[in-house]
Design a binder for this molecule. Sequence first.
Ligand code: LLP
Length: 415
Amino acid sequence: MEYFNYIDSDLYCEDVCLATLAKKFGTPLYVYSRSAFESFLGHLNEPFSKHKHLLCYSVKSASNISLLNIVAGLGLGADVVSGGELYRALRASIDPQKIVYSGVGKKASEMAEALDASILMFNVESKEELELLSRVARDKGLVAPVALRVNPDVDPKTHPYVATGLKESKFGIPIEEAPELYQLMGRLSHLKPVGLDCHIGSQLVSTSPFMAAVERLKKLLSTLRTLGIELQYLDLGGGLGIRYNEEIPPTPAQYAQAILEALGEEGDLTIILEPGRSAIGNAAVLLVEVLYNKTTPSNHFVVIDGAMNDLIRPSLYGSYHQIVPLYDFSRPTHKVSLVGPICESGDFLAKDRLLPQTLPGEFLAVKSAGAYGFSMSSNYNSRGRAAEVLVERDSYKLIRERETYSDLIRGEYSN
Ligand code: LLP
């Protein structure tokens, strides 16, 4: 089902005309479809329904509290990677017993906050982190539930910046060192080994790297068993890709089938999944306004009011986002580069793209902008961050105000 469709030549999100939202709230504007988000989460959850499992939405992908409220309302959990994300998840009423805390650089204060909240488990990434967590838990008289995040050394065949399961990456514990650390945990009385975790990368468009990772984790689980270590949770991270352009990623059902097949008799463990992009990526668009058409001897630029501070993915990873006009006009197309107002040549949302001619004041939609869109946005060039709107059927609500000039200097002191 498509949640962004043309109706009588106007692009709609569910039953709301996007041009109406652009005029009412201004641009750049993130617009999320509630039905799309709920349905993508449902599609990810459903194929695992015959197995003990828990879906922990990856908060970093899009972390607006209204979106997290939806996650909480569906009874799902959260994957957090900072004290700030934990704060958001708790504020959104996500059950702490459904929160996993991942990340390679947790601070003692963040560990303390998560222990106070009584989260489900810490995904620990090094021996030093394990020792620090043990000290923090001891000082509180608590026991920290732990999964070790191992690095299975699997090539996820994705952009190098988002590949995390290769042995040269900073993430996880080399899989061969894991048994020793689980044994160490047994000796540290304030840690309790409860799970095993991995996350091999993001935007994976094939099931085979997931299956290869599961195979390696299975071997480790059987080694641990011979050492008398029995675990409850197997966290396989996130990573399922979405279609931005011509990719054909596995469907959630194919993804689940591949994982369950690879798991085989290990089916007794509760499977945890941490989807981000596959849940929210195609549930939102970024609306921008055309400011100028600018032709130079070598290029035709369409200057828009959205920039790399609003959506950094094209600049940072060379990512492709489909861009469409809000009116389905059949003007002649021409090859353009869509660039923003920021003072860097790397500030573009698309290069050499065939688009119908657009005039100043007209709007465009940057598609597949839900994941790592707003959440990676910044104030570079002292640009306030965009507003966010949530659509449900024929109604909509502002879920984040556009930042103002005074927001920009909040917390700063003048001499
Ligand atoms: N779990 C962990 C431990 C992660 O590090 C990530 C993403 C996820 C789950 C969610 O992965 P997903 O299902 O979204 O693939 N900014 C990049 C993506 C960075 C992904 C970071 N980790 C981008 O815009 O492509």
